[in-house]
Every structure is written in C-alpha cells, then in structure tokens.
Design a protein around this ligand. Structure first.
Ligand code: PRX
Length: 696
C-alpha cells in the first residue's frame, strides 16, 4: 500500500457557491377484484393532449380517466410533461402476475436533462437548491445553471475515471448540493446510483456496495449534524476493505479537518475543478436503470429496489405537483435525508423535474433549539413543509411559542410521511404550525412505489381532509383490500391486506440481482396484484387509513427495519444461540425494537457485559437507530412444532397483553409462555426501579 497522505480541505466547491438570503377521488370504493392479467400494449395518444385537454380536467375527472383509460392518461402526461430524445412507441406492457413492468417502451430520454437543462433554458438563475446547513443562517443557494455545471463537472469526473453507462456508483454523503449533483451526474451518463444513508455502519455500507458491485464510492470527509461532526471517510475506508469492486473513492471536503487519503482516494473538488462544465447527456431507454435503493424486507438481507428512468420521473413529478399543490416559484421544504426514498423522490427528482426550488435540510429538528424547522420556514419562505411524524411528536412536547414566534405565512401545504401520524401530532401540525389554514396531507407510499400512492389532494375541488388518514388513491392507483382467504373485500368499514391492482409508472421494476424475490414478495401473495405488506382500513366514505405492517418489518422513527436484520446481528454473539425481535410502541419514535434473547447456559456469564456487546453489535452491523430499546433474557422462545417462532405471542407479552395471547394450541410446549411472562414481569419491575432511581 502506498503511504497515506494527509490532506487539508480547500472547501473549493462549498465556498464557490454564493451565500444567499432568500426573500423573504373522486373516491374509489374499490371492491373490484384484482386483474388477473394486466398485459396491455398500446400506442401513445397524440402529442399535446395533456397540455391542451387533460391538465384542465378536475381532479375527479382526471382520477376517473386514469383508471378507466390509463394508456391515455399516462401516455399524454409522459408525452407532454417530459422531454424525450426519442418518443416512446407504447405506453405500457405490464403483467402483474409475472412481475413484468415496462412503461413508455421504445422511448429515450435523460432524467438530468428533465431536471436541469429544461429549466436552465427558461430560468437559469432561479434557485434549484437551498442548502440549509447545520448552522442556522448559513444557507447556500445553488441556481439551476450552477447545479447543471456542477453536475456536468461531476459527470465528467466519473467518466474520466472509467465510469460508464450501467456501472453502479455508491453515494455515502449527507444532504448537500454535491450529493444531489452526484445523483444527477449518474443520471446524465447512465450510471446507476445507490445512495446509502450516511448513518449506516461500515458493514451495512459494505453489504450494499458488494450486492450492487459498485465501482466507485462518493463520500465526504465528515458530516455535520446538530453541531456535531460525524466521521464518514473512515467508515467508507472500513467498508471498502471488503469491497474488491471499488476502484475509486471520491472524497469531498465538507469540513476543514484534514483527511487521511489512501491509494483509492481522489479529492473530489480538485478532480472536478479540471473538468468541463459541459457534459453531453446520454440518451437512455425508458426502462434503463436509474437507481437502486436498499430497503429492509422480512429477511435479514436488505433488498436493492430497482427504479428506472421515465416512469419514475413522471410519477414523482406528477405526485409532487398534485399532492402538494406545487406552483411556480414555490420553495419546497422536504426535510428528509437523500439516503431514503423520500429524499430521492421529494427532495431531488420530483421538485427538480417541476423546476421548483428545493430545500436540502442538513440539521436536526432541535438544533440549536426546537424552533429550528419554523425559523427555517420563516427565513427561506418555505411554501410546503414535508416531514415525518416522529419529529412532530418530539416537537409538540415543547412550548408552542417555539413555533409561534416565527412567521409561517409563506406555508401553503403541510405533509407527513413514513409512518402513521397519530391524531395528536396531526392536530398540532395542522392547528399550531399551519394555523388551521394549510391543508395537511398524510401521504402513504413506500420505497417500492417510487412516489405517493394514497394521499389527500389539497387542490381538489370541495374535497374534505380527514385527520390522520391517507384517504385517496393518487391518479392511476387502484387499491384493493384482501380478506384472510385472499378474497377482495368490497364496501366500506372493512380492514384487509392493502394491494394495488393496476400497475403505475413509478413502481419498482425488480430487486437487484434477484427478480424472483421481487415476484415472491410482491406478486405471489395475491396473484395479479401488487402486495404492499401493509394493512389498511376503508371507511364508509371510501377513504383509506393505513393500519400498519403485516410482516416482520418495523418502523423506527420513520426508518424501515426488518426484525430479521436485527436478529442476524444479535445472533453473531457467541453467547447468544437465539433471539427474536418484535416492534414495540414508543411515543416519539413510533416503534422501537424489543429483543427477546436466549443466552448460553454458561457459568460465570456476565449478562450486563453481553447485553452491552449486543448493543455494540447492532451498531456496527446496521446502525445506531436499530439498537433494541429493550432486551429481555429468556430461557427459550415460543415455537410451533415445526420450529417457527411465534412472534405474535412475544408481541403480546411485550405489550403486557398476556391475557390475550390468542390461539396457543400450535405451540410445541405451552409452558414456555408462563416462563416468558414471568421473565417479563421481573424485567418490568427492574425497569421501574431504575426509572425511579434516575428521577431521585
Ligand atoms: O408501513 C408503511 C409506512 O412505511 C412503509 C414504507 O417504508 P419506506 O419504504 O421506508 O418508505 C417510507 C417513505 C415513503 C410503508 O409500508 N408508511 C409510509 N407512509 C405511511 C406509512 N404508514 C402509515 N401512514 C403513512 N402515511
């Protein structure tokens, strides 16, 4: 290995950017069954149909058209709203029963052109991004022209280091203009980005890089969040040691602190500065890969959800406009991290495709104080604020003056995403933050759906919004609720497994490297339909309310986690033969992992030390937020005769509902239940005593 060199950051790119002071359903009562075979091969409608006719229709009529004539609806929207290099020849060719999904066949376009060049032609000096950095009042504005130039320099840098169409590029960066430029640079040259949330551990990052066989990684020396500096480069160093496909690591300087540079490392700002600010855009097939995004499923291994070009872009663009009532000149404030799908669809692709000014929020809701979000709204004149219930639940515990002392008159729409929003949080957000005058949209969707699927549309005529309910399917979305025997449920006041019976352009196309897993997870459970993994309730009025996951996936602070992933990490401990993790309610985080742990019967085993090591294991294998809040040591786990752990029983015990354990007749040995209840009782007493001591 060549000797590592030390580098002091120039901050070149960051300082070059100018500082700114911004001036101030139609409801469905879908009881219809799934469409067993949805193959459709149709020609596109004539150009101009969307602009001249459809965009003038009422929402109700648009929804009706989108489900009765999806080819006309999506075909016109795609033809008129996107810029094509070559027009598409067919609107769609889909068959949900076999997991085959293709949209806008034969067409060629470039996503970065649609997000940048088309706007640079019209308003080059409009702010594309406002980077709301960690320290309040230090925001940086990036115009569409600047973002295009930076994207091109970055694209040329990647090309000059051998990156070509189809190559996978990992991005492990905090929310920043360079992270956005990295995504768009990949899109420009046809490389496939996979952004990994910069809170994941080196092992989690390595797993994703290995699965995607990434050739390069883009990162920063450090991240800055909540006044603290978080090392990133050292995490990448540890990850790439086990990633032989990685040829280069591009390192940007977010802070002035020096970085150890190794033989793979390339200083990003320096490399970009010698590149041309012009880069021809690669014409890409509608169905070429745009990005992979890893998310948790019910097995231990995260899956690389595949999204492609045209359909994804169209869907994020349309949902961004209609769900948030986006208008020209709006400042769109989605405070999600680019490492999650919300950041992809509603920080980057949706807003930029619509020529909006999008906010990149680098900080936390409570830094330097609980007024941060609303002070930012006042300073940046944010029109739409889109955030997660977990942050709202945290903020509503503080005095309302933290909200009220800031001017929120710029706000027009409020949005919630990622997890169920409880009534208290909904009402606080609506009446305190929005002064009761801003529609609040609870948006339901998933990494796999690409964009919002169920949400109120505030611009819709005479449409009421029911608190804490996602309510209406978006254009083209046909929800179906399935009963226990797999039968479609009709009418209102019913609860079932939430499926979607028609394909839509934004839906995922595959799981990277494992198309069979894609079919098995989403299309096998209810043949002919996409199965979401969630349960839902349909009211008498035909509105939908999400009731939660039906599989072993939990939602911690809006972050999706497979309980199997946590179990895999815990099971690596030599003193732990078996574990089972379930979700447990938490008043701020929504849910937290609750781990039932079986320890080896060894004399002299230091329990406290083992539990500490287990916490560390989860932190190093996954991330801090995945560490169980509760560990309950038990002698055995409740299992069926075929050896399957009955998590339902564990959930009931954890929630102190031992009187309501349901059917336990399939248990191999029912005496295990009594054992676990007793262990839990003891654990509860111990926690209560600890709590008491803390308060004294
Ligand atoms: O359980 C649902 C929950 O989050 C899951 C999707 O997680 P992820 O792919 O990480 O995407 C999150 C951001 C879109 C869903 O299966 N979820 C998402 N939005 C809501 C929700 N649960 C209830 N209400 C929502 N609005």
């Amino acid at each position: 290995m060549a000797a590592a060199q030390s580098r002091r950051g120039t901050g070149l790119f960051w300082t070059r950017l100018s500082r700114c002071r911004t001036p101030g359903p139609a409801q469905t009562r879908t009881g219809a069954g799934p469409h067993r075979c949805l193959s459709s091969v149709s020609a596109p409608p004539p150009p101009g149909t969307w602009s001249s006719e459809l965009s003038r229709l009422s929402h109700r009529d648009l929804y009706r058209l989108s489900v009765t004539n999806p080819d006309q609806f999506w075909g016109s929207a795609a033809a008129d709203r996107l810029r094509w290099v070559e027009p598409f020849k067919r609107v769609r060719d889909c068959d949900l029963s076999s997991g085959k999904i293709s949209w806008f066949l034969g067409g060629k376009l470039n996503v970065s052109v649609n997000c940048l060049d088309v706007h640079v032609e019209k308003h080059p000096d409009r702010a594309a991004l406002i980077w709301e950095r960690d320290e309040p009042g230090t925001e940086v504005k990036v115009t569409y022209r600047e973002l295009l130039e930076t994207t091109c320099r970055l694209a040329n840098t990647l090309k000059s280091h051998g990156i070509q169409k189809g190559d996978r590029v990992a991005v492990y960066m905090p929310v920043s203009p360079l992270a956005v430029a990295a995504m768009l640079a990949c899109a420009r040259i046809g490389a496939v980005h996979t952004v990994v949330f910069a809170g994941f551990s080196s092992e989690a990052l390595a797993g994703r890089i290995q699965d995607a066989q990434c050739k390069v990684v883009l990162t920063c020396n450090e991240a800055v969040r909540g006044g603290r500096v978080v090392p990133l480069k050292s995490t990448v160093d540890a990850a790439v040691r086990s990633c032989p496909t990685v040829q280069h690591v591009f390192v940007s300087q977010r802070t002035e602190n020096p970085t150890e540079m190794g033989p793979l490392d390339v200083p990003l700002e320096e490399a970009m500065s010698s590149q041309s600010p012009v880069c021809p855009a690669e014409p890409l097939d509608s169905e070429d890969l745009l990005f992979l995004l890893y998310t948790s499923g019910s097995t231990g291994k995260p899956k690389g959800v595949v999204h492609t070009q045209a359909g994804y872009l169209l869907y994020t663009s349309l949902t961004h406009q209609y769900v948030f009532d986006h208008r020209d000149g709006d400042v769109f404030g989605c405070v999600a991290d680019v490492g999650w799908i919300t950041g992809h669809s509603y920080v980057v692709y949706g807003p930029l495709s619509n020529g909006a000014t999008t906010v990149l929020f680098e900080s936390t809701p409570v830094y330097p104080n609980p007024g941060r979000y609303w002070e930012t709204v006042e300073r940046l004149r944010i029109s739409q604020f889109y955030g997660a219930p977990t942050a709202l639940r945290l903020l509503l515990k503080y005095d309302d003056s933290w909200v009220k002392k800031f001017d929120r008159s710029s706000l027009r729409t409020l949005g919630s995403v990622g997890e169920p929003i409880n009534h208290e949080a909904w009402h606080w957000f609506h009446s305190v933050v929005g002064e009761g005058r801003c529609p609040l949209v609870d948006t339901w969707w998933q990494t796999e759906t690409g964009g919002i699927c169920i949400a109120p549309r505030p611009a819709e005529e005479d449409a009421p919004i029911v608190p804490a309910m996602a309510m209406r399917p978006f254009f083209g979305i046909q929800p179906v609720l399935m009963g226990e025997k797999g039968e479609p449920l009709s009418g209102g006041s019913v609860t079932g497994a939430l499926c979607i019976s028609q394909p839509w352009p934004g839906m995922a196309r595959s799981i990277y490297g494992d198309h069979q897993r894609f079919i098995d997870a989403y299309f096998k459970p209810y043949p002919g339909c996409y199965f979401t993994g969630d349960g839902a309730y349909r009211s008498e009025d035909g509105y939908y309310q999400i009731t939660g996951r039906m599989d072993d996936v939990i939602n911690v602070s809006g972050h999706r986690l497979g309980t199997a992933e946590i179990e895999d990490a815990l099971d690596e401990h030599p003193a732990v033969p078996e574990t089972a993790v379930v979700g447990f309610p938490h008043d701020i985080k929504g849910e937290v992992p609750f781990a039932f742990v079986v320890l080896k019967e060894e004399s002299g085993l230091d329990r406290a030390a083992v539990l500490k090591q287990l916490r560390e294991l989860v932190t190093t294998k996954i991330a801090k937020y995945a560490v169980p809040e509760h560990f309950l040591v038990v002698k055995r786990l409740p299992k069926t005769r075929s050896g399957k752990i009955m998590r339902r029983i564990l959930r009931s015990v954890a929630m102190e509902k031992s009187g309501d354990l349901g059917d336990t007749s399939t248990l191999d040995d029912s005496s295990v239940v009594k054992e676990i209840i007793e262990a839990h009782e003891q654990y509860r007493k111990q926690r209560a005593e600890e709590e008491k001591k803390k308060q004294q």
